[in-house]
Ligand binder design. Structure first.
Ligand code: C2E
Ligand code: MG
Ligand code: MG
Length: 595
């Protein structure tokens, strides 16, 4: 720092008395005078100290003032110091020019006039002061610039990374995704985008608190990173996969220029294996799984948005299929997604009858082939997707819970049709309505059923709810009470698609169930696999013991119909008898059946 220290002036003269005279002439000047008696000494001092000005005698033995000045100007460290020549030689122009050539900025003639000396010296001191201040400001600025650069680096790292796990954040992920697409397009390469979502992470957060949840996320991030690092799957251009945390418990991986989608499945399986090993956080043992959706460029999309969406759909499919697994995006998943989107649209619109309608498939008594009941089957014709099979849209509707409003609509349509059938045929034909397990647990739906029963006391005897066997197997405990509620209203229940869910008939027999509907897959096999034939008789016998009706579903041939009739099965349904049909056709058939 120059600020509080006096500037220095170097006075050079081989005659001591001259130095003394100069010293006293400069007494009032705000500077410290340093004296040198030779050119050599002056050069030496200039290397050690910083001078604001040099007053240099021209005529000196060994090295004259001109030589000293040219040395000073030649050195980078001293070239900036202003030099005033002090001389007794005449002011000839040639002589003055020589002085300027070697760097002199001014001349002072001996004998020195103290007033001229101090005024000139003060001018240079002022100049020096300003220069020093400028230097300081520049240094300050450069310090600030360095600091700013350091802060910027820190900030940009923070902006690119997730503060909890240190992985890249969503913003960086988006950037990388864009550049990977450009690169892959240029190199005609494929790359994989993996979307990872932890299974049941909410359980950890809810039960152990967010701090434990955060610790767990950090550990998961480390494991994913380790798998990626240890993996031999490094792209052809030697780029390590980009690992990011893109949401609470969501991670994403970009694997650049892979050889084949097989690489993505290998790394996914390794991540699943590693992430699902136990964790210990604060001595608490935790287990967590991960579901992974994979979208490969270009087959699963060519834009960032499409790739992201498709990896997301594939991830949801992995979850739906039972979690802790990976799933590649496929056309089937795309179709499922479209079904999902269109379904949401129509449900939101509230005008279900614009696209949904009901078909009715008669159920006959095998003894005389007379119609005793009818199954209510929902149909959907969408303006974009065309006809969507119930197996597709019921699955989607259960996933997003739109089965609840849809189920209510189907039920009220069924009630209207039931009344119309009674009115037009005067026949008590029972209506079998398919229910999703979700409806059984839904208070709103149960309320709708209770109200309907209140308004029409004959209704329960004409109503049967069909619930698939798989629902019984998965959550029998959850809705045993609801089945009993339905029974207490007088409505009967059927187990649909029996034979697909490996449930124990004996156990199901403890529930108030009236009907067993044998699944079409069993019926289809009766001639091909003889053992199945021997399986059907005991089922029928047990059902009879349990006082259940049995409906053989999906009867397509006379042989099948006769087989079941001969085995003692009472009822049947299938294309051999009737296909699902519109209500008006059903009413006509019932009327002609009556004759
Ligand atoms: P499900 O309840 O077992 O219905 C019987 C299915 O078998 C119907 O298919 C029917 O058209 C078909 N079917 C009947 N006889 C034959 C036959 O002889 N041959 C063949 N190949 N098929 C036959 P659909 O209408 O496609 O329904 C499929 C499933 O979708 C239903 O199976 C049911 O689980 C579900 N579903 C349909 N409508 C509804 C509904 O309103 N609510 C709920 N929750 N599910 C429904
Ligand atoms: Mg059914
Ligand atoms: Mg069925």
């Amino acid at each position: 720092m120059v600020r509080n220290v006096l500037p220095k002036i170097l006075v050079v003269d081989d005659v001591k008395s001259n130095l003394v005279a100069m010293g006293s002439a400069l007494e009032d000047v705000k500077a410290e005078c340093v004296f040198a008696e030779s050119g050599k000494e002056a050069l030496h001092l200039c290397l050690e100290e910083d001078f604001a000005l040099i007053l240099l005698d021209v005529q000196m033995p060994e090295m004259d003032g001109f030589e000293v000045a040219s040395h000073l100007k030649a050195r980078r460290e001293t070239s900036h110091i202003p030099i005033i020549f002090v001389t007794a030689i005449s002011k000839e122009q040639k002589y003055i020019l020589k002085g300027h050539e070697v760097g002199a900025v001014d001349y002072l003639m001996k004998p020195i006039d103290p007033l001229i000396l101090t005024s000139k010296v003060n001018t240079f001191l002022e100049y020096y002061k300003q220069q020093s201040q400028m230097k300081e400001t520049i240094e300050d600025l450069s310090d600030k610039k360095k600091k700013l650069a350091r802060t910027n680096t820190k900030l940009s790292s923070l902006a690119r990374h997730d503060s909890l796990t240190g992985l890249y954040n969503r913003h960086s992920f988006d950037k990388y995704l864009g550049s990977y697409i450009d690169l892959a397009r240029k190199n005609k390469a494929i790359f994989a985008l993996l979307f990872l979502d932890l299974d049941n992470f909410k359980y950890v957060n809810d039960n152990y608190g967010h701090d434990i949840g955060d610790e767990l996320l950090k550990m998961v991030a480390q494991r994913i990173k380790r798998v990626v690092r240890d993996s031999d799957i490094i792209s052809q251009n030697n780029q390590q996969p980009c690992v990011s945390r893109i949401g609470g418990d969501e991670f994403a991986l970009l694997i650049c220029e892979i050889q084949s989608p097989e690489d993505a499945s290998k790394i996914s399986q390794r991540i699943i294996d590693n992430v699902s090993k136990d964790y210990y956080v604060n001595d608490i043992r935790l287990h967590i799984g991960v579901s992974i959706g994979i979208a490969c460029y270009p087959i699963s999309g060519e834009s960032p948005q499409v790739l992201r969406e498709n990896a997301d759909h594939a991830m949801y499919e992995a979850k739906y299929l039972g979690k802790e697994q990976y799933c590649f995006f496929s056309e089937e998943i795309e179709r499922k997604h479209k079904v999902h989107v269109e379904l949401e649209k129509i449900i939101k619109s509230g005008s279900l009858d614009k696209e949904f309608y009901i078909e009715y498939q008669p159920i006959v008594r095998l003894a005389d082939n007379r119609i005793v009941g009818v199954e209510v089957l929902c149909r959907w014709e969408n303006k974009i997707l065309g006809k969507v099979a119930p197996s597709e849209f019921i699955y989607a509707a259960e996933l997003n819970k739109s089965i609840l409003p849809l189920g209510e609509w189907i039920f009220s349509e069924a009630l209207n049709s039931l009344n119309e059938v009674i009115k037009k045929t005067d026949k008590n034909i029972y209506f079998a309505v398919n229910l999703s397990g979700l409806q059984l647990k839904d208070d709103h739906f149960m309320e709708q059923v209770r109200n309907a029963v209140k308004q029409d006391t004959k209704l329960p005897s004409l109503l049967e709810f069909e619930i698939t066997e798989s629902f019984f197997v998965e959550s029998i405990k959850d809705f045993q009470g609801n089945i009993e509620d339905i029974a207490s209203l007088g409505i009967s229940t059927a187990i649909d698609d029996f034979g697909t869910g490996y449930s124990s008939l004996k156990r199901l027999g403890q529930l108030p169930i009236r009907t067993l509907k044998l699944d079409r897959s069993i019926i289809n096999e009766i001639n091909i696999v003889p053992e199945k034939n021997s399986m059907i008789v005991p089922i029928l016998d047990l059902a009879k013991t349990l006082d259940m009706h049995v409906v053989a579903e999906g009867i397509e041939t006379k042989v099948q119909a006769e087989f079941f009739r001969d085995c003692g099965c009472d009822y049947a349904q299938g294309f051999y008898f009737y296909k699902p049909m519109a209500l008006s056709d059903f009413i006509n058939i019932v009327l002609s059946d009556l004759k």
